[in-house]
Write a protein that binds this ligand. Structure first.
Ligand code: ZN
Length: 257
């Protein structure tokens, strides 16, 4: 089945990237999108994408944890990188009030600065939001109709999911939905329209059942895919075809015929 892992950090996996990529291909993964998070790894993911294009592409952005490092020079780098064919979006950007690694006011400023880059370049955004639903929605409202994208590794409330949908944003589901204590999330997923969802590994994090305890990798996306198909009451084939359409709609630069 053709799947796309729309959010993965292959560069953070402890094994050799070439082996991880080959293993994903062997399991039916047809595309993967590496996600930038800080001033250095945006170049690492871009290089990996370029070397493995079009199987691998990437997004670039500064994670809310690293907002405090954001400078004009970094912004110039982001503006340069988005012109490359292997760079298909902005992310991950957003707000994280769980860890508060950067001050909240700085996170909000840097989030908006990068939404501006997305708007200017007509690129979709992968958003990280944790314990910051109201402030995230405020930004999404400001850019509604101007910037689109997805809420990555969604674990928020059902209310949040539907508010985001109304504003034109999609929801991306990770292996978290397979965890025993994710009953509420599973109920939320069942309420989502199938043409507005995506799946991802967020590897090396969020390893799905039945591989909990092991380092996550894109090849393990197939477990989340099977699980989500069952939750949505469709065959894996129907889900696969729909998710491909969804990914291509949201990321027009994605090179996937
Ligand atoms: Zn991530």
């Amino acid at each position: 089945m053709p799947w796309i892992d729309l959010h993965t950090h292959v560069n953070m996996i402890k094994r050799d990237a070439a082996e991880v990529i080959a293993n994903a291909k062997a399991k039916g993964i047809e595309r993967m999108v590496l996600i930038g998070t800080d001033p250095n790894d945006i170049f690492v993911v871009q290089k990996l994408a370029k070397e493995n294009f079009p199987f691998v592409s990437c997004t670039v952005g500064i994670h809310p944890h690293d907002s405090v490092k954001y400078t004009d020079e970094i912004e110039a780098n982001l503006n340069k990188l988005v012109a490359l064919e292997e760079v298909i979006g902005i992310g991950e950007i957003g707000l994280d009030y769980h860890y508060d690694h950067s001050p909240r006011d700085v996170q909000n400023i840097v989030f908006r600065k990068q939404m501006e880059i997305a708007q200017k370049n007509n690129l979709s955004v992968e958003i990280h939001t944790r314990e910051a639903e109201n402030d995230t929605l405020t930004v999404l409202k400001e850019y509604s109709g101007k910037v689109r994208g997805l809420l990555h590794c969604f674990t928020g409330t059902k209310w949040m999911a539907h508010e985001a949908l109304k504003l034109g944003w999609d929801i991306s589901i990770s292996g978290v939905c397979t965890f025993k204590n994710s009953g509420e999330l599973r109920e939320t997923i069942k309420s989502l329209p199938i043409d507005r969802i995506h799946i991802e590994t967020d590897a090396p994090f969020m390893t799905p059942v039945p591989h909990r305890g092991k380092e996550n990798e894109p090849a393990l996306l197939v477990h989340t895919a099977k699980f989500v198909a069952e939750l949505m009451g469709v065959s894996e084939e129907v889900l696969s075809i729909q998710l491909k359409k969804n990914a291509k709609r949201l990321f027009p630069k994605l090179n996937w015929v």
